[in-house]
Design a protein around this ligand. Structure first.
Ligand code: SF4
Length: 297
């Protein structure tokens, strides 16, 4: 018996966020002009996109390798940003730094820097809610001149600190619900410690594009019989969104490439959704959708 045609939809909200889009565009423009362009760290958390760009001459290096480059070599700073020490090092070495820091991350760096300056000589602390060692956090800590601490839970903040002014920021890619809870708990603790005045200033600095993906991936996963979620293996945003999709629809499969697709997944499906992380390129979503289509003909 002939099967009814299966509908295959690419999630309109999936794919590069504006920050990653800008960084990849910058790399492509430079690769048109130069044979070889360098990037400090992986430009985007997607292996296939990195390998596509490497095919055009992109090379990934770390900070220690800057010293080995010829004068005026173009080196991209990716969307996560870098601490001021990287800019100073590049200037010393006469490296041509091309800054593709996401404007939202840049704004957060300025806010942290301003908070540190305003607190100079006064009691108080700068708290950054995020993942220690994450490149964005490394860049933010660089703005704080050693005066900030990174935490992942409010238990890491000792009671006596709650009596002092606290300027609290979140990594742009932090989980919004977890951060809101963190902020509520922190203020609650300050009250329980009977500190006369709440001096905790919470800055809601999580990127709106990240926040909006949560309700959108849940609705998208619920609207399809089967979901194929496409993400690089090292993308934490990909892991987060894929887990949400899986919760919303147990027939969710996570892949990094079309070669990982299995025809059995689609046996009884009438509608198939293809979604991905903020670091998944659109061409890859399209490639996966095309492969799924061939498997369901
Ligand atoms: S997730 Fe938001 S803050 Fe992070 S790079 Fe993308 S647009 Fe910028």
């Amino acid at each position: 018996m002939k099967k009814n045609p299966v509908s295959i939809n690419i999630d309109p909200d999936a794919g590069f966020c504006t920050g990653v889009h800008k960084a990849v565009n910058t790399a492509e423009t430079l690769l048109d002009r130069y044979k070889t362009v360098y990037c400090l760290g992986n430009l985007v958390h997607n292996e296939l996109e990195i390998s596509r760009l490497k095919g055009f001459g992109l090379k990934i290096l770390n900070l220690n390798q800057l010293a080995g480059l010829p004068v005026n070599t173009p080196v991209i700073i990716r969307a996560h940003g870098e601490p001021p020490s990287t800019y100073a090092e590049a200037e010393k070495l006469n490296i041509n730094l091309i800054d593709a820091t996401c404007p939202i991350v840049k704004q957060l760096q300025h806010k942290v820097k301003r908070a540190v300056e305003e607190m100079a000589g006064q009691p108080g602390r700068i708290i950054i809610y995020g993942k220690p060692g994450h490149p964005e956090i490394v860049g933010l800590m660089g703005q704080a001149d050693g005066k900030a601490i990174v935490v992942q839970s409010q238990e890491e903040i000792p009671d006596p600190w709650l009596a002092e002014p606290l300027e609290v920021f979140a990594q742009t890619t932090a989980n919004a619900e977890a951060f809101n809870q963190f902020a509520v708990d922190l203020k609650q603790r300050a009250k329980q410690c009977s500190f006369e005045k709440d001096q905790i200033n919470i800055h809601h600095t999580i990127c709106r594009q990240m926040k909006n993906r949560k309700p959108s991936i849940i609705a998208f996963a619920q609207a399809h019989d089967v979901v194929v979620f496409v993400s690089g293996s090292k993308s934490s945003n990909g892991r987060f969104l894929a887990a949400l999709a899986l919760q919303a629809n147990p027939h969710t499969y996570v892949v990094t490439a079309a070669t990982e697709l299995t025809a059995d997944w689609f046996d009884t499906a009438a509608s198939i959704g293809v979604s991905g992380a903020t670091s998944t390129p659109h061409w890859l979503l399209q490639q996966i959708a095309d492969s799924v289509r061939k498997m369901t003909l």
